[in-house]
Design a protein around this ligand. Structure first.
Ligand code: PMP
Length: 360
């Protein structure tokens, strides 16, 4: 190893920063699109009871077959077309590891979830970015269709983080027909969207379509780390081959199974979050100088003058944490605010109104 420092990182990873969700302890945390309402009490009780039965001394079932079976029954498909992961994040990584890599191309549509590009870099996958419209963040469908002919993975996000926009399932069906590779629709936030927004109904008809879902958002399990893909069998097999065998531990499997069994109990909370989204966006729109984009997720993208200062003052003077995108590409002066519980949204509204007066 002549000439190499013993602890030198591989050259192509030098300069990569760890993924930073900007977390810090505050009274009101609206920075990570979590579910501020938490789990319904009866689901929590069922989860605690399920955890008490877990055989902690045993390795978990590597592929979590019982959980896959439950998810398959939920979505009317076969267990062989479901794979679970340590959060959606791990599945995105494994997808790129198995189906991306050197000489292969991921198509993404920024501004979008930054993990796609980060994991593309880590797996040596080239990224082809088709940027969204600067005003309404709609997709450049013609450019995506053209580029999809050369992409191994097309990553669409519906609702998109951080813009809150949906993709049209009818267009996804036609894109999947044109695409050379896999078309992924990341539906991490789909439970908050209008009815019929999901692409899940296309799943049987499109042999190259993958749907990503997570328990982290609507199902209030961000701390547990469990997500899943509905995917063609060949994709499931590819991911099964590269994944870490025990990445979804026995506790997470038991919790996720309980949540699937009680999924209907979340309906009132999801409806409450949607009502709060309406209230928060109407309230923010009334504040002078604030632009709020329509959102189908549990978060709002907002733009205002001196957004970075507003972000810092919210954090330091009001103990409110939101996500600062003011310096991110295509998101100048933007903040992303997760929809919180009613009193959290009240605090955001009065703090932003005050700061806008003070800082203008
Ligand atoms: N997709 C999108 C668009 C997201 O915003 C997130 C979480 N921030 C994920 C996937 C992954 O979530 P998790 O790893 O918690 O399942």
């Amino acid at each position: 190893m002549a000439g190499k420092e013993p602890l030198s990182l591989r050259d192509d990873f030098v300069g990569i920063e760890p993924y930073d969700p900007g977390l810090c302890v505050q009274d009101v945390v609206l920075s990570a699109n979590e579910n501020s309402f938490g789990m319904p009490a009866e689901v929590r009780a069922a989860v605690l009871s399920a955890v008490s039965e877990v055989a902690f001394e045993r390795y978990p079932d590597p592929l979590a077959d019982a959980l896959r079976e439950d998810i398959a029954a939920w979505h009317g498909t076969d267990r062989r077309r479901v794979i679970v992961g340590n959060g959606g994040d791990e599945l995105i990584f494994d997808l790129l590891l198995a189906f991306g890599g050197p000489g292969r191309v991921l198509l993404d549509c920024p501004p979008t979830f930054s993990i796609y590009a980060l994991y593309a870099k880590l797996t040596g996958t080239e990224v082809c970015s088709i940027v969204r419209d600067a005003d309404d963040f709609s997709l450049d469908q013609a450019a995506i269709e053209a580029a999809a002919a050369n992409a191994d993975i097309v990553m669409l996000t519906s609702p998109n983080n951080p813009t809150g926009t949906l993709v049209d399932p009818a267009w996804v069906a036609s894109l999947a027909g044109l695409a050379r590779g896999i078309v992924v629709v990341d539906e991490a936030y789909i439970e908050f969207a209008e009815e019929d927004a999901s692409c899940v109904a296309l799943f049987d008809a499109c042999p190259n379509l993958v749907i990503l879902r997570t328990f982290s958002k609507a199902y209030a399990l961000a701390g547990v780390r469990c997500g899943y893909l509905l995917a063609p069998e060949a994709v499931v097999r590819g991911i099964a081959a590269v994944r870490q065998p025990y990445s979804v531990d026995a506790v997470s499997q038991a919790i996720a199974r309980t949540v699937v069994a009680h999924r209907d109990a979340y309906r009132p909370t999801i409806e409450a979050i949607k009502r709060q989204r309406e209230r928060l966006s109407n309230g923010l729109r009334e504040i002078e100088g604030v632009t709020v984009w329509p959102s189908e997720g549990n978060f709002l993208l907002v733009r205002m003058p001196r957004a970075r200062d507003v972000y810092e003052r919210l954090r330091d003077d009001f103990s409110i944490l939101v996500r600062d995108f003011s310096g991110a590409p295509f998101l100048k002066d933007c903040l992303r605010i997760s929809v919180g519980a009613p009193e959290e949204n009240d605090r955001v509204l009065s703090a932003v109104a005050l700061l806008r007066k003070e800082l203008s």
